[in-house]
Each structure stands twice: as C-alpha cells, then as structure tokens.
Design a protein around this ligand. Structure first.
Ligand code: ZN
Ligand code: ZN
Length: 334
C-alpha cells in the first residue's frame, strides 16, 4: 500500500482530521477539538467538545472558566473518533497533562507531538517514543546553537546567589504554567526547604499542580508577607512582572529568568536579567534530532519554530521533511 496521509490536513490554524471532522490544537473555536496541552497557543475555550487529558482539561477550566464538552482521555487509552479514526494520547514531557496524540486510520499512524521535551521533569510524565509513519514535531529551539544545559546547574545558580547575598532576595521570572512549577519542584529536589514566595498570578496554577500530586512544598503569597521576611528567600513571578512596579516592592532583588531563550544574551539584556537561567520545557537541537531518529518515521512534518535547520538536517540524513508554517505558536516567555 502506498503511503498517502491525505486524511491528515495541516492548516495555519490547526491540524484537521478529515474523516473524523476534528481538529488538533485549533486556534479558533470548532465543533470537536483534540488538545495536546494547556498553553494558550494550543488550547482555547469555546469548542463544542474538547478531548484532552484530565490535567489539561483542569488547566483549561481554570483558564477559561468553562468546561463545556470536556471529554477526558487518559494516557494510553484509545478513543474511537468518527470516520474510523482512533486517537491515543501519550505523554509529551512538556508540562502537567501534556500529550502527544497518535492517530490511526487506514493502516497509517500519525503522531502529533504538540510541544515536548525529553529531559526529566518532576512535574509531568516522561515523553514516550511512539513509532509512526508521520511524525509531526515542533521545532521551537530547532537550531544547533540551542543545547540546553542540565537543570541542576541552573537551579544551583539561584541557591548560590542567595548564599552569597543572604540580605537580598532572588526574584525568578517564570512562565505561570509549567516553568514556575518545574523550577519550584527542582529547588525542592535540590534540598531547598524554605518557603517560596509567589506573585498572585502564580497561586491558582501552583495549587492545581499540588491537587494533581506534584509536591511543591511550602508556598506563600508575596501579598501576605512583610517585605523583610523575604530577605534571603526566593520569589517566583511571571516574566512580565520582573520589570514592573510590583518588583520594586521586593527586598533588594537579584533578578533571574528561567527560559530557553536565556541562551540568547540579547533577550536577557532586554529584560534586565542579572541571572539568565537556561531552563526550557521544549526539546533542544539534540533532543529534536534524537527523537526523529528514535521514532524513525517515513516523514517528519514540522509545525512551528526554526524549521529551516531541522528540514536541512532531515535532508542530510535522507529523511523526508515538510514545514507546515503554523501560525501563532511562538512561546515568547517559554
Ligand atoms: Zn507549550
Ligand atoms: Zn507551543
């Protein structure tokens, strides 16, 4: 049988599964959506039916205050869609509840990764290599210069700064869904037992993680704390709060930011970040290329990011590649 794959149709605003009349991560409201994870560039409210993991549905309910048509899909469970399409959600290792979606139809297997990483992360299930014919991957950090360092060293940068300046505080900018909780969990794993202070915008998502069994230890709100009580302590806030009036109320803060983009010095300078922490929830160049080799598909389709270099890599390795040019999927604060 000749590979065809015409039943799976990439559009700039989502991937359409023609025989099932369903969309994957559509950026506009549709009748039936299969959602990989809770980040706003993949999940939105207003669909008739939303099929996602229970964790992703909980995140979407928190963000959009609605759960109309929420249909849970557990990791490893196979769901039958109309048009003889089967969908199975497998872990993507990106944030709590994040999934790859395996679609099977007419003897063909297609995997859509959503966003993913291969590094260990105490806040979510580890990426599962899922063999398929077409592998549809992200490429946020798809350039050979993007090699993320081990996270332990980045976490030590925070605790070393505190040890050297016990009268100050360390203010860490981190994306409110995923990055913030991962940084906190890694601090705990490194033996940091002091309370960690949160900007109000972090509170509900951290509570959601803890309700789903991710232990983040003693968390307190900046708003409930005297300024001097936060000397020698770690404070977590959204990246947007690092340079606003709110940050000036912290006790003599050393500013840090946890993001894969901190590899780019200019981005750290733009935000006046003293401690750039290279912590990413996306696959780096090594992880992207290794994953294509591990999955070993007939074709690799690239949804978003720096697709040119990854396409070139596919060519050099005699692999069939295709750029899909999906719009609106850049994670600025990743
Ligand atoms: Zn994401
Ligand atoms: Zn994304």
């Amino acid at each position: 049988m000749t590979a065809d794959f015409s039943w799976i149709q990439p559009h700039p605003h989502g991937i359409y599964i023609a025989p099932a009349d369903c969309w994957i991560d559509p950026s506009r409201a549709v009748e039936t959506a299969l959602v990989t994870h809770g980040h706003a560039d993949h999940a939105r409210g207003g669909h008739g039916t939303t099929i996602a993991t229970p964790e992703t549905l909980a995140i979407m309910k928190l963000r959009y205050a609605t759960d109309d048509g929420a249909t849970p899909a557990l990791y490893g469970e196979t769901i039958t869609l109309p048009g003889q399409v089967r969908a199975t959600y497998t872990p993507a290792g990106h944030v709590l509840g994040s999934a790859q979606i395996l679609l099977e139809h007419a003897g063909e297997r297609v995997v859509i990764t959503g966003d993913y990483k291969r590094r260990s992360d105490p806040t979510c299930a580890e990426f599962a290599v899922t063999p398929c014919d077409v592998f549809i991957t992200e490429a946020t950090f798809g350039l050979p210069l993007f090699i993320h360092p081990p996270i332990a060293g980045e976490i030590a940068t925070i605790t070393d700064a505190l040890a050297a300046h016990p009268e100050r505080s360390v203010l860490v900018g981190a994306y409110a869904l995923g990055k913030a909780q991962r940084v906190i969990a890694e601090l705990r794993a490194a033996g940091h037992t002091d309370p960690i202070y949160l900007h109000g915008a972090m509170e509900k998502m951290c509570a959601l993680y803890q309700e789903h069994g991710v232990d983040l230890g003693d968390l307190r709100l900046v708003a409930d704390t005297e300024k001097d009580a936060m000397r020698g302590q770690i404070i977590i806030c959204p990246p947007s709060a690092l340079n606003d009036r709110w940050a000036r109320r912290m006790p003599d803060p050393i500013t840090a930011m946890a993001s894969g983009w901190m590899r780019v010095r200019q981005r750290a300078r733009q935000r006046n970040v003293e401690l750039p922490l290279i912590v990413s929830d996306h696959a780096d160049w090594t992880e992207l290329t290794q994953t294509i080799e591990d999955v070993n598909p007939q074709e690799t389709w690239i949804t978003h990011g720096r697709e040119d270099a990854l396409l070139r890599w596919c060519e050099l390795h005699q692999r069939k590649g295709r750029a899909l040019a999906m719009i609106g999927r850049e994670d600025e604060d990743e």
